[in-house]
Design a protein around this ligand. Structure first.
Ligand SMILES: Cc1ncc(COP(=O)(O)O)c(C=O)c1O
Length: 450
């Protein structure tokens, strides 16, 4: 049967598809996207909107890049897939790993590939536990993360994720995962004349490690900028103190760069803003600009040495069918070439400043508590009471109403609570960034009047 229009497609979708974070009530009139070019996407009814979140924080080089399609076609017609299990390798995976050793932190030189972010979280947690077992510390198994963190939704990743809305219908969570407060500068209460807010927020990690016992803690995981939690940018001295604490108590520091990697923040990787290096990095999304699934982890030389020197019967027994997928790796190489050739990391820094300056004009609205951003990732925090930093009650549904008003005006992005998240493609032209700001400026008052 040929299905002709959007209404019939929607009926078919409702009958046969389960979507991420699904409830059919929210899916009665979905946008069925059919085309994308640059920072613009178009639905089946011909409506065009600005893709204000780069898909899901991932389409860094923008939509419709033929170079990436050609890289996939070239690799698929040469060798689409071969296993990368021990004893086998392939040329794009080797080249990509070498390239990443040049692009990521000096501490990170060796890589394992996955198909996405959650698999990368799982790989990082298992590698941290593996490492401590090789060091004769088998009880170091706990993972500490932060409230409002998002690390994916497979069981262990969900347990590290600090947004409790993801838990209830899938509990019990995996044991040995715990959360400390986010450093969220707009809300964080802490610090005094002797201790800055950032150091006070980081010290919560030390308190948690001491409470749990350092001999039980394998790793601390953090996104350099908490993305899905509401684009939370930590205080400038936060991660330096985190690194000190991890070193002091022999806790591995995992940097989850699934969103902050590959230029999003105006640096190749997020922790570069604060001169800190992790023991494990995890990435996905922007490595292929979302054109094909790929993620992975990179490990420090000491972890690599542990993997290399363990007895064969204690090997790093971790794997995915699609680890080191040749086509995904070929697309990643082509994507990295675009980012380099077009200077997109620098562009994200420059246009990020441009966007932030303009977004700051929205602080004149009496419900905009804070505008924040770094590179081309930004947020507008909408609150009921600016002086008291007090949120609207969730029942007021301010965020969802703003979302609808933005979409009606041609901006597609996400809200977390009443925080409007913005992360357009790194190629977004200035006039479209201006349009993002003017749409948000109209949508907020319209939503509050509605
Ligand atoms: C920081 C971070 N980690 C992990 C993930 C999970 O990635 P995936 O959805 O590919 O499993 C995400 C997804 O948004 C993310 O933002």
């Amino acid at each position: 049967m040929t299905i002709l229009n959007a209404e019939e497609r929607t009926r078919s979708d409702l009958a046969h598809l389960i979507h991420p974070l699904y409830h059919p009530n929210d899916h009665q009139s979905p946008h069925i996207w059919v085309e994308g070019h640059g920072a613009i996407i178009k639905d089946m009814n011909g409506k065009e909107v600005i893709d204000g979140l780069s898909g899901l924080w991932n389409v860094n080089v923008g939509h419709g890049r033929r170079e990436l399609a050609e890289a996939a076609m070239q690799q698929m017609s040469t060798l689409a897939f071969t296993s990368n299990y021990t004893g086998s390798s392939n040329l794009p995976a080797i080249e990509l790993a070498e390239r990443l050793s040049e692009l990521t932190y000096p501490s990170i030189n060796t890589f394992f590939f996955t198909s996405g972010g959650a698999e990368s979280s799982e790989s990082a947690f298992k590698t941290a536990r593996f490492y401590w077992k090789t060091q004769g510390k088998p009880d170091k198994v706990k993972v500490i993360s932060r409230k409002l963190a998002y690390h994916g939704v497979t069981l262990a990743a969900m347990s590290a994720t600090g947004m409790s809305i993801y838990w209830p219908m899938f509990e019990p969570r995996v044991p040995n995962f715990l959360h400390i407060e986010s450093p969220y500068p707009y809300y964080f209460q802490g610090g005094d004349a002797n201790t800055s807010q950032g150091v006070a927020a980081a010290n919560l990690l030390e308190e948690a490690i001491l409470r749990e016992g350092p001999d039980t803690v394998a790793a601390f995981i953090a996104e350099p900028i908490q993305g899905a939690g509401g684009v939370i940018i930590p205080q400038d001295d936060y991660f330096g103190r985190i690194r000190e604490i991890c070193d002091k108590y022999d806790v591995l520091f995992i940097s989850d760069e699934v969103i902050t990697g590959f230029g999003r923040t105006g640096k190749w990787f997020g922790l570069e803003h604060w001169g800190v290096q992790p023991d494990i990095i995890q990435f996905a999304k922007g490595i292929t600009s979302g054109y094909i699934p790929l993620g992975g982890i990179g490990v420090s030389d000491k972890i690599h040495a542990a993997i290399n020197t363990v007895a064969p019967e204690k090997r790093w027994m971790h794997a995915f069918t699609y680890s080191g997928h040749p086509t995904s790796c070929a697309v990643a190489l082509a994507n990295i070439k675009i980012i380099e050739d077009e200077g997109l990391v620098q562009r994200a820094a420059e246009m990020g400043t441009y966007l932030l300056d303009r977004l700051r004009t929205l602080e004149n609205l009496d419900v905009v508590g804070e505008v924040r951003g770094k590179g081309l990732i930004a947020a507008v925090e909408v609150v009921e009471d600016k002086a008291a930093h007090k949120e609207f009650p969730a029942s007021a549904k301010v965020g969802p109403r703003i979302y609808k008003e933005m979409l009606d005006r041609g901006l597609f992005t996400r809200v977390r609570g009443d925080v409007i998240c913005i992360a357009p493609p790194l190629i977004t032209p200035a006039d479209q960034l201006d349009r993002i700001v003017s749409i948000i400026g109209e949508a907020i008052p319209a939503a509050l009047q509605a």
